[in-house]
Design a protein around this ligand. Sequence first.
Ligand code: 1CP
Length: 352
Amino acid sequence: MNNRRDEEISVKPLLACLRGARFERPPVWLMRQAGRYLPEYRAIRSSVGGFLELCYTPDLATEVTLQPVRRFGMDAAILFSDILVLPHALGVEVRFLEGEGPKLAPVRTAEAVALLEPGAVLDRLAPVFETVRRVAQALPPATALIGFAGAPWTVAAYMIEGGGSREFPLARRLARQAPATMTALVETLTTATIDYLGAQAAAGAEVLQLFDSWAGALPPTERARWCLEPAERIVRELRARHPEVPVILFPRGVGAGYPAFARLGAAGLALDTTVPVDWATRELGDPALCLQGNLDPIALLGPIEAMLGEARRIVAAMKGRAHIFNLGHGVLPETPVEAVAALVADLKTSAT
Ligand code: 1CP
């Protein structure tokens, strides 16, 4: 542990929290805190041709990353990018169509997996690392910088399906019917994710979050192989390469499976909207494990007083635990800016 790092932890509440510190008022950031609900984001978004161009233009991606921090004063910025830049960097065609979500050229065969280009990933994602460097320079001293990636199963699910889906039937079927192909795909993604997150840490990311947004689409028997094992390897290798950078896991939708994710060595665990907070504080063992979450993003659509009541109940239930306040999933595009402002202000000032 070097001195510079110790100093940073002491001035950044979110980093202290990930090392087990408890605060009267929890540090706060929100998943998808940058994006379409912000008029200043929409202005920049409409000035570029495509969403990927925004992700790969460090000037613009830096600005968009900083916008919510500037407006609301969150305790962390999250790099503005997307989980699907990784398949793109592996050589897969990825397009973001207005109002339709992402579309990918499907990867469903051993041959297609063999054509992926893991050796090209770090070069192709160089603009993302440049954004990380610029944001790290620009942030206020008490604000932490979070890098992220999709977990291998979630990214594989988009690659196999060719886009978003409610239940990812093709991906779940491939995992059962062609396990060797699935193993090759998940291993390629696991190795590439370690390199990708490691490079974000080297560029200045102080925390790394792994989004397994579709972990809940798998039954527990399948989840061990496609979610837990890759997450464990990612956490272990990142701890070896960057012991000072804590990892937060977000295995969305796994319910009673959360305790298994609590045992993988990550510093933080993000709770989705379905997890009762008092259950989590009882069942998720180690009190040094920092819990993050888990207000329902719908609550931000109003009424505001009810939303603030729920937020305060979460804070109260987490008392005595290292807790980072967040939503249980991302900010919705129709969220009023005033609701986010009221939430962050209330968390910073309300009596607890
Ligand atoms: O045109 C636009 O503005 C595109 C909308 C958009 C935005 C703003 C997409 C496409 N991605 C993003 C940014 C993004 N995506 C961030 C930015 C940082 C922040 O939080 O502020 C992050 C962390 C993500 C991560 C992401 N992308 C996830 C994991 C988190 C989650 O929500 O579960 C997932 C599943 C995606 C895929 C994706 N990218 C974009 C969309 C619309 C989707 C969901 C598609 C679907 O499944 O239907």
